[in-house]
Design a protein around this ligand. Structure first.
Ligand code: SAM
Ligand code: DTB
Ligand code: SF4
Length: 330
């Protein structure tokens, strides 16, 4: 392939679809890897020719004590993981962390609350102040705090919130083996309220929770048939935390993560596909393949919510070795 041919490919218009069938998606997930990677790269290169990677830093503002029974989560009261030692953070402490994230080169600052749903009153007023403060620094702001009301969504939009993260986690079919205290339908309704308030949606899932290949295709189908597609799609692999029912799950193979990322890119060409939890288990080379095949964002910073993430120094090396474009080069 000459450089000229590649330029032709880049100029091709990507066509957005919202009617993907399960068999089409399964075909992508299962096709010979070389063919999948080629197709994903063609799409990725045409929408992101400079391989820009968005760096999103994550901070747990309120850790642990959550009433939901998500079986992967260290923060659920149903699980026995030890997440003590992370006190609730106030506005000033959060904004200091956001400032530090910005000076390390982050583009987006994501804040998490271990809540079933957003709580009105002082905690919500503090959340709004955090969002305003993060936006004033010139960073994108993302919140993940469970379900919300229409009014809360509107107030978050008014405060300037860029995105709200609420994952579907797995397929509708596998869902009740993972969570029983909140339905799939409730998740979809939360997402709809976020969308109606004019906030962008960050919605993805987790692999490595005992789901079948059919479940992975089915999760991707729900995401890819949303119209519009979620603006960000985090693909997590399970971090098997001690004290959760999933603590003994076998780690996901890196090529499975690669297949999910590549397929997500093909199905949702213009969405941000974030290579999320579980990067510590991936080699540098596997991560570079993911960046090439479709990932255009990573969590950046030494910690996720309650578990660790690759260190900033090693991520800087990764990004430099991959030759991708990051914000500090803009
Ligand atoms: N409580 C809020 C909620 O559930 O929407 C916000 C925080 S919750 C920790 C955000 C997401 O992180 C979950 O939906 C799940 O997809 C992901 N997550 C949590 N624990 C994880 C783990 N151990 N491994 C991989 N992903 C995880
Ligand atoms: C998402 O999809 N993954 C992030 C973020 N959205 C909130 C959370 C990952 C959590 C990993 C386990 C932990 O650190 O507790
Ligand atoms: Fe609570 Fe969110 Fe953890 Fe579920 S994933 S237990 S809702 S913090």
């Amino acid at each position: 392939m000459t450089l000229l041919d590649l330029q032709d490919l880049q100029s091709q218009q990507v066509h957005l679809r919202y009617d993907w069938t399960l068999s089409e998606i399964s075909e992508f997930l299962e096709m010979p890897l070389m063919d999948l990677l080629w197709q994903a790269q063609v799409v990725h290169r045409s929408v992101n020719p400079r391989y820009k990677v968005q760096l999103a830093s994550l901070l747990s503002v309120k850790t642990g004590g959550c009433e939901e029974d998500c079986s992967y989560c260290s923060q659920s009261i149903y699980n026995t993981s030890d997440v003590s030692g992370q006190p609730d953070l106030n506005v000033q402490a959060v904004l200091e962390r956001a400032k530090a994230a910005k000076s390390s080169g982050a583009d987006r600052f994501c804040m998490g609350w271990a809540w079933r749903q957003i709580r009105d009153g002082q905690p919500f007023e503090a959340m709004l102040a955090m969002v305003r403060g993060v936006r004033e620094m010139g960073l994108e702001a993302c919140v993940t705090a469970g379900m919300l009301t229409e009014e809360q969504a509107l107030r978050l939009a008014e405060a300037g919130l860029t995105a709200y993260n609420h994952n579907l986690d797995t397929s509708p079919e596998h869902y009740d083996k993972i969570i029983t205290t909140r339905t799939y339908q409730e998740r979809l309704e939360t997402l709809q309220r976020v969308r109606s308030a004019g906030i962008t949606i960050c919605c993805g899932g987790i692999i490595g929770m005992g789901e079948s290949q059919h479940d992975r295709a089915s999760l991707l189908q729900v995401l890819a048939n949303m119209n519009p597609h979620p603006e960000s799609v985090p693909i997590n692999s399970l971090v098997a935390v001690e004290g959760t029912p999933l603590e003994n799950r076998e780690p996901v193979k890196s090529l499975e993560m690669l297949r999910m990322v590549a397929t997500a890119r093909i199905l949702m060409p213009k969405s941000r596909v974030r290579l999320s939890a579980g990067r510590e288990q991936l080699s540098k080379e596997a991560q570079i393949l993911c960046l090439q095949a479709g990932a255009d964002s990573i969590f950046y910073g030494d910690n996720l919510l309650t578990t660790s993430n690759p260190e900033i120094a090693s991520d800087r090396e990764l990004l430099e070795d991959a030759g991708v474009q990051v914000s500090w080069e803009k």
